[in-house]
Design a protein around this ligand. Sequence first.
Ligand SMILES: Nc1ncnc2c1ncn2[C@@H]1O[C@H](COP(=O)(O)OP(=O)(O)O)[C@@H](O)[C@H]1O
Ligand SMILES: [Mg+2]
Length: 345
Amino acid sequence: MSTSILPILPPHAGGQAPLRSGNGDAQPTIHIIHENDAWVVPLRAELDARGLPYKEWFIDELAIDLEAAPPEGVFYNRMSASSHTRDHRHAWEATRGLMAWLEAHGRRVINNRRATGLEVSKIEQTIALKQYGLLVPRSMAATGIDALRDAAAKWDGPFILKPNRGGKGTGVRLIRNTHELEAVIAEFGDYTLDGTVILQEYIRPADGRVLRLEFVGGEHVYTVSIDAGGGFELCPADGCQIGNAYCPADGRAQFEVLEDHKPEQLKQCLAFLKASGMEVAAMEAAPDAEGNLKFYDVNINTNYNAAAEARAEVKRTGMGAIADFLGRELQSVQAAAARAQRIAS
Ligand SMILES: Nc1ncnc2c1ncn2[C@@H]1O[C@H](COP(=O)(O)OP(=O)(O)O)[C@@H](O)[C@H]1O
Ligand SMILES: [Mg+2]
């Protein structure tokens, strides 16, 4: 059979032969779908430590033979909303099609097509979060410059402006006057990928810190408290840190793992994640003046800060939790494949 799929692979492919054909991959394995090599490094270490088989699907350009079946295994999707900022303009679009293909063939997909859609739409995230009973900042969506000017004119006071498709805090601004708004409008074509922005109530966190709730496989792993004083680009990945991540102002680290934190809204968060197909995800929230958590961002491509995990001496690291989860899911897929084989023979 001809080659069914030819993803462009990074130099490191988990010690496995490059994935070339859906036909030659009868043994179920873990497939990691991503577009940023640096963010996969800590996951590789955890998978290697457990001796788990895996392959990487680095997605930028992608060819799929839609007549062929995908390989067997567990597919873990880590496609990032900010992929376009790393010169992978269509990586997300490619992933959406890939998800449809995998799901059509009944493959086990972690962070599925619905999750992929939510990842790039703050509008849809906000609507879905509300549906599950979570508080969100007051928000307005605007597509196009005239609509943005219109919405801003109706808004009373300063507001947060952010691209509908976010990532790493890129483009998040506090708009206090017309001058600041017009500065964004002047570069609107580069500011937003889908022509759409969100105007949002500015939640000034009571203690200057926001929360990032980390979830893996339907479980809350831990919460990270993040000092939000240094701007809006608050990616926790080790690769995103510049210099020392300690905040000299109050002696607290910029990233602080709260291992025993149990959010009051845990039930709602888990229900939201389940309905969204988001099995490995981070939810971001800020406490308002009354102490109510308001949720403003959800990420399927989540990263962990190794230094913060080490300082907190966590019982399980984020990437460790993912590796364990992937191992369990692979076992289920392998057991199902073995059952199917027994029935067939
Ligand atoms: N409504 C808001 N009020 C206060 N701060 C906000 C608000 N929305 C975002 N932020 C700050 O900006 C950062 C980036 O915004 P976010 O919505 O998470 O965008 P991205 O998807 O790019 O990560 C957040 O971590 C938070 O510190
Ligand atoms: Mg965010």
